[in-house]
Ligand binder design. Structure first.
Ligand SMILES: *[C@@H]1O[C@H](CO)[C@@H](O)[C@H](O)[C@H]1NC(C)=O
Ligand SMILES: *[C@@H]1O[C@H](CO)[C@@H](O)[C@H](O)[C@H]1NC(C)=O
Ligand SMILES: *[C@@H]1O[C@H](CO)[C@@H](O)[C@H](O)[C@H]1NC(C)=O
Length: 376
């Protein structure tokens, strides 16, 4: 009897160990890529550490293209997410009946998740996290380039958000982060952000259909169906989850993942990393065909900003207006341009992320003649 008991104990502890090793709450590196809702902190470097310093060089000008900070979901998405919250009761009761294979702590965290109604009601609003991210970029830039970001003279700078309110709020946060007084944001509609660039001159209904077609195609692939099946079995609920329900649960996971505090959302515990990759892929497919390389003429979309970059730096080099890096070596002044992406040197443009002035002009001047239409 004693012998049997200890075997039971060993088996029991073995099973406990095997399942608890798959818990979400204690995963050291939970998956943090959620397509366009990826927290900035999951992908950024830090310009304070990565800045390239060249001997005897001083910064002369900065030009940047920034995506707005993270926003709350749009109304349609928000409605479905709010409705899907009721699925958590089904999951908890399924766990209590022993049918759900989530870990106890993950169930507790899910049950205790405080509903943040702002998420569903303040649709498209800039999230606090989005505000802090934009503020942080401004703050770090100021830390790295205090000399010329300190006293920006009128007309020596331009801050130009796109026409969406979340872009304007993002620009305000960025400027606050720079910490200088009385900086003015130019809210006049001229060069608009990606939405505008990507929608220009193209029938929008056709574009929408194309991107959704490709995503729909994927939802009948064996890869997607297998993920769907895994989720349904793991939760062990009688309620048969539709694609819409799974998307809503995924949205709850990614929109409540806190990049600010690097805190995973308990909703993400419903998914394995493999499931999260499948769901991320659907979102990426939509973006790829809607406003990425899968779009016809997509290669033209970036011409306008590149033109602007070249022209602004040419003017800066001539001492007019905005600010590049000038290296003074005895009597010659040499100019270099450093490229960064997400606060890390972008090494694919020029070696080590540093272009000589000649390279810079050679790479960007083909875009000067771009014929893409813009309303500026
Ligand atoms: C699940 O999705 C269907 C549509 O596919 C919807 O009618 C239903 O309300 C959703 N259920 C929940 C709980 O969100
Ligand atoms: C793509 O570019 C070509 C030539 O520049 C143009 O004729 C065509 O209308 C563009 N197509 C779309 C969908 O914008
Ligand atoms: C731009 O167009 C002008 C006039 O058509 C031409 O002279 C010039 O070489 C072009 N520049 C580039 C970089 O293609």
């Amino acid at each position: 009897m004693k012998y049997l008991l200890s075997i039971t104990f060993i088996c029991f502890s073995y099973i406990r160990f095997a399942t608890s090793s798959f818990c979400y709450w204690n995963t050291a590196c939970s998956y943090r890529y959620f397509s366009s809702v990826t927290p900035y902190s999951a992908v950024r470097g830090d310009i304070r550490d990565s800045v390239i310093n060249i001997k005897e060089c001083e910064p002369v000008s900065i030009w940047g293209l920034f995506r707005h900070g993270r926003t709350h979901p749009a109304a349609k998405r928000a409605g479905k997410m709010k409705e899907a919250i009721s699925i958590r009761d089904l999951v908890v009761s399924s766990y209590e009946k022993g049918r759900c294979s989530l870990c106890a702590q993950d169930i507790d965290n899910l049950r205790d998740w405080p509903v943040n109604y702002d998420l569903f009601e303040k649709t498209n609003a800039l999230q606090d996290e989005g505000y802090q991210d934009m503020f942080g970029i401004g703050y770090r830039l100021k830390t790295v380039f205090p000399q010329f970001l300190d006293k920006l003279e009128h007309e020596s700078y331009l801050f130009k958000p796109s026409d969406h309110h979340w872009s304007k709020e993002s620009a305000e946060a960025f400027v606050k982060g720079l910490g200088s007084q009385n900086l003015v944001i130019d809210n006049q509609k001229i060069l608009n952000g990606p939405d505008f660039i990507f929608n220009d001159g193209i029938d929008s209904s056709q574009k929408e259909d194309e991107s959704i077609d490709e995503a729909n195609e994927y939802t009948i692939s064996s890869e997607f169906l297998a993920a769907n099946d895994r989720i349904q079995r793991r939760l062990g609920i009688d309620y048969s989850l539709t694609d819409d329900n799974i998307t809503a649960l995924y949205d709850l996971c990614r929109y409540s993942w806190s990049g600010l505090h690097n805190k995973a959302s308990p909703w993400c515990a419903l998914f394995t990393t493999e499931d999260l990759k499948v769901l991320e892929y659907i979102e990426d497919l939509v973006h790829y065909y809607k406003n990425g390389y899968g779009r016809k003429n997509a290669s033209q979309f970036g011409h306008k900003p590149l033109q602007d970059l070249l022209q602004k730096f040419q003017r800066a080099k001539e001492g007019k207006g905005n600010i590049i890096t000038a290296c003074t070596n005895k009597d010659v002044t040499d100019y270099h341009v450093m490229f960064y992406m997400n606060e890390e040197p972008l090494r694919s443009v020029c070696e080590g992320g540093i272009c000589s002035w000649g390279e810079f002009e050679r790479i960007l001047s083909p875009f000067l003649n771009s014929t893409q239409r813009y309303s500026d």
